[in-house]
Design a binder for this molecule. Structure first.
Ligand code: SAM
Length: 265
């Protein structure tokens, strides 16, 4: 099974991820948990946990003993286990979850479905490990529109290099529209499928605070930036700064995700 585009770019430092996409993750986790209707007393799984923002939020609500998490990236799974002591954290992919049928009341994933090697298989596995009546729910970025940071990044990259259009996550990422997600959920056999938007915010100390983690190569955007020769990387940096219209003073950006949830019949 070959790896989905971009997934390998998360075999990187958890600290860089936390300063890049991880800034948005706690707010997104709170929104996703609310949309999934999770309540204390439930047992939940976080699929593609990364360094553990959703796992931590689940543990805060349910207790760490009631939470499990998986990620195929070893450094991320290790960071998650350190962040959420007591949670069961495994190195595993969505497509082959190391749990028995009906082990959880809910299986959630945050910003992961589009990175799965085989999303129908991954969502099918999330359904398998969730008990009848339980919930399978996910969120993915609106790469094509409302995820400001990544939208502006790829707009700046394509303006300087038409070849970057093929890497633009707004074009290259599957499963990033509500209708596609609802279809994926229904095709996995889930009932009462519903979807909507989640808009979150993150703060930056200044443009450098936003740019530095990208230079470490984290995520598809970081991998692109880090792979450029220095002079082109500097032009991209300036192009992005100008599109965001920010300087070295603090600022905030909004990011829109689509969520989808369904019930196991
Ligand atoms: C954008 S990060 C999201 C991390 C975390 N859920 C969060 O909200 O911060 C995408 C994550 O998906 C993981 N991933 C990639 N392919 C996967 C797969 N087939 N199954 C499960 N997780 C996968 C990556 O290792 C990475 O941790």
């Amino acid at each position: 099974m070959s790896e989905a585009r971009g997934a390998a770019t998360f075999r990187t430092s958890a600290a860089a991820y936390d300063r890049h996409i991880g800034r948005y993750a706690p707010a997104l986790a709170a929104g996703l948990i609310a949309r999934a209707g999770l309540e204390p007393g439930s047992r939940a799984l976080d699929v593609g946990c990364g360094p553990g923002a959703l796992t931590a939020a689940l543990a805060g609500l349910l207790g760490a003993d009631e939470v499990a998490a998986v990620d195929p990236s070893e450094p991320f799974a290790r960071a998650c286990a350190e962040r959420v002591p007591g949670a069961r954290v495994e190195v595993a992919a969505a497509e082959a979850l190391p749990f028995a049928d009906a082990s959880f009341d809910a299986a959630l994933s945050q910003l992961v479905v589009n990175f799965m090697t085989d999303a129908p298989a991954g969502v099918g596995e999330m359904r398998r490990v969730t008990r009848p009546g339980g919930t399978v729910a996910s969120a993915v970025w609106d790469y094509a529109g409302g995820m400001t940071l990544l939208r502006r990044f790829w707009d700046a990259a394509v303006a300087l290099d038409a070849g970057a259009a093929d890497l633009d996550e707004g074009r290259s990422m599957p499963w990033c529209r509500p209708d596609e997600l609802e279809r994926l959920w229904r095709d996995a056999g889930l009932d009462d499928v519903r979807s909507g938007e989640l808009v979150v915010e993150a703060g930056y100390e200044g443009f450098d605070d936003l740019w530095q983690p990208l230079e470490s190569g984290v995520g598809p955007a970081g991998a692109y930036a880090a792979g450029l020769p220095a002079e082109r990387r500097e032009r991209l940096r300036e192009g992005l700064r100008s599109r965001l219209d920010v300087g070295e003073e603090p600022f905030r950006l909004t990011a829109r995700a689509w969520w989808v949830a369904g019930r196991v019949g």
